[in-house]
Design a protein around this ligand. Structure first.
Ligand SMILES: Cc1cc2nc3c(=O)[nH]c(=O)nc-3n(C[C@H](O)[C@H](O)[C@H](O)COP(=O)(O)OP(=O)(O)OC[C@H]3O[C@@H](n4cnc5c(N)ncnc54)[C@H](O)[C@@H]3O)c2cc1C
Length: 560
């Protein structure tokens, strides 16, 4: 196969030449760098490449030329090469008027480059990062696992989701396809029990439980310590950050996570407002890195391990695991987040994973190519999911109970939705039923304004309607408000509700030495960056708590 193409276009032939030469020097061994300086010549080249099925990795398009060519050169080029990453080439202009600001907001470009460029600092570093993202979207070269199942089967969906969340390269083959049947035959199995998972070394699991899958990919599912300095419950952004800080500062740290790491953020396809990532970062990638960082600092990461309770014992705490074990800790950080609210329609609940998905479209989005899909919700996560799905689906319909989107969604998202031609917003509308025996086929929608009901064909339904804090497992001694954990000045200190003379530290709950961080905390901001801030702050406060407890112990000893 020929080398993938880096395509450059600018109306200044000198810029094209310079860029071609600079890119060729660094990337020429693996990529073909070609360029043009007029829209007509550029489109002719790209048409020819498309006709010959030659892959294009990057479309680097000068902004002025992009505007010059009417419809937008980048959009037309991307239609011909939808796998290519779109890079806008602009003059240095850090004002809000820069064309990059609009292009990124409206999703018209993936990245930008500024001219003139510095070779090592701007060009090579940036292009390498763009190419790494492009390569990730291509077919994986090495598959650690083969999954054989049925795309519409719930167990198969859950297994694929789990492997995706764990960043495990795998290949999926349908059990009713030729390759799938052959693989089952090779293992002496049939399609009566699915999904089947075959590791590269031949180790095979039939309908595996999550803990088995996690163990097979090298994750820990049980803690090898019974006592530690700090236990962190939950491995979303708040818990992972707490783990990075606690472990890096020398605390013996155990993280207990009910499923796999990432939390809500881990299912977000693109987080655009996390500081330091001007082109955005996938929530999965962000949390995967944090998890690896925590592990490298020595945190004990334990997955598939729900925490069922917490008791105070002397100066410390005992954390009770759902499977019966206990871990003693001097301090605890609760970062258990929130769970999605449910639609409460029984037939749709039965189709979860078989066309009905709670949370953002992640691994499913590609499968929606050319389909009509629906998104329920009016918050930012619903908006982001609709925009992500619109890349693949033929039509995305947003179902909104209220009378507008602006009340609950950020302005940049509503504007992007307005200009995305394959997204329709239906206001005053709710889903009242779902149909399909083994997978979703259609939905019943109720127009609340006109009291009209209709049935519409639907390939998938994505539900993003907010959630409930995951704090039911906490003891009564931990004060809650609407399920959210009270901390610091919000803790009620009357009578026996707070046992100490000093007031609670800022993120400390009504149980001394137990801190809350992230979405589960009362008055939290429900953003990744604020969860991260909470996680880091909670560790600082845990240090303060531990130092005070240690000092009190010493003074008792010296008096004794
Ligand atoms: C689809 C989507 C898109 C989003 N997009 C953005 C965005 O673009 N920008 C932004 O800033 N924010 C975004 N958010 C919000 C952001 O993801 C959350 O604010 C953030 O994840 C909160 O982090 P957390 O660690 O507090 O909780 P969570 O991420 O919810 O993590 C909590 C973890 O605790 C675990 N857990 C719960 N109970 C237990 C238990 N009993 N035992 C052990 N483990 C337990 C859960 O399994 C989970 O992994 C988005 C959210 C969603 C859902």
């Amino acid at each position: 196969m020929s080398r993938p193409v880096l395509f450059v276009i600018d109306d200044d032939a000198g810029v094209v030449r310079a860029l071609r030469d600079d890119l060729g020097r660094r990337f020429g061994k693996d990529f073909r760098v070609i360029g043009a300086s007029s829209p007509a010549a550029g489109l002719a080249m790209l048409c020819q490449l498309a006709g010959q099925r030659e892959p294009v990795a990057l479309l680097i398009v000068d902004h002025d030329l992009n505007e010059m060519s009417g419809v937008g050169f980048l959009a037309r080029a991307h239609k011909l090469h939808p796998q290519a990453k779109r890079v806008l080439l602009v003059e240095r202009d850090y004002s809000a008027r820069s064309p990059v600001v609009r292009a990124m907001t409206l999703g018209e470009a993936d990245y930008h480059l500024t001219k003139p460029w510095m070779l090592e600092q701007d060009l090579y570093r940036e292009i390498s990062a763009f190419l790494a993202e492009w390569a990730k979207d291509q077919q994986a070269g090495f598959e650690l696992f083969h999954v054989i199942g049925l795309a519409r089967d719930r167990g198969t969906h859950e297994l694929r989701e789990l492997l995706t969340r764990f960043s495990v390269p795998f290949r999926f083959d349908s059990a009713d396809g030729e390759q799938g049947r052959r693989l089952l035959d090779d293992q002496g199995l049939d399609a009566s029990r699915l999904p089947v998972m075959v590791r590269h070394d031949g180790y095979t699991m039939v309908d595996p439980a999550p803990a088995q899958v996690i163990a097979a990919v090298g994750g820990s599912v049980s803690s090898d310590v019974d006592e530690c300095d700090v236990v962190i419950v939950g491995a979303g952004p708040a818990g992972l950050t707490a783990a990075v800080y606690a472990a890096s500062e020398g605390l013996q740290t155990v993280v207990l996570e009910e499923t796999v790491s990432g939390g809500q953020a881990g299912s977000s396809p693109m987080i655009r407002n996390y500081p330091g990532f001007p082109h955005g970062i996938s929530g999965h990638e962000l949390t995967r890195r944090a998890c690896e960082q925590a592990w490298m600092f020595g945190a004990h990461m334990v997955f598939s391990q729900p925490t069922a309770g917490l008791t105070r014992l002397g100066d410390g705490c005992v954390v009770h695991l759902a499977h019966g074990r206990q871990i003693a800790a001097d301090a605890v950080i609760v970062a258990s987040g929130i769970a999605w609210r449910r639609l409460g329609v029984p037939r749709l609940e039965a189709l979860i994973g078989s066309g009905v998905f709670y949370g953002a479209a992640g691994s499913e989005a590609r499968a929606m190519e050319g389909r009509d899909v629906y998104v329920v919700g009016a918050g930012n996560s619903a908006g982001q999911s609709a925009l992500f799905l619109a890349w693949y689906a033929r039509r995305v319909t947003m179902l909104v109970r209220g009378d507008n989107l602006a009340r609950s969604m950020s302005d940049y998202l509503t504007r992007e939705i307005e200009v995305t031609s394959n997204i329709t917003v239906r206001l005053h509308t709710e889903v009242t039923d779902g149909h399909g025996s083994d997978h979703l086929e259609s939905l019943t929608l109720h127009d609340r304004l006109h009291d009209r009901t209709e049935q519409v064909p639907a390939a998938a339904l994505f539900v993003l309607i907010g959630g409930e804090p995951r704090t039911q497992w906490l003891p009564e001694a931990i004060q809650l408000n609407g399920g959210y954990i009270l901390t610091g000045r919000d803790v009620v200190r009357d009578g026996a509700q707070w046992p100490l003379d000093r007031p609670p530290l800022p993120l400390e709950t009504s149980m001394p030495g137990v801190f809350a961080a992230g979405d589960a905390r009362y008055r939290s901001i429900k953003r990744v960056a604020s969860a991260v801030g909470d996680g880091a702050t909670a560790v600082r406060l845990a240090h303060e708590y531990l130092a005070a407890a240690h000092a009190a112990d010493l003074s008792l000893l010296s008096r004794g």
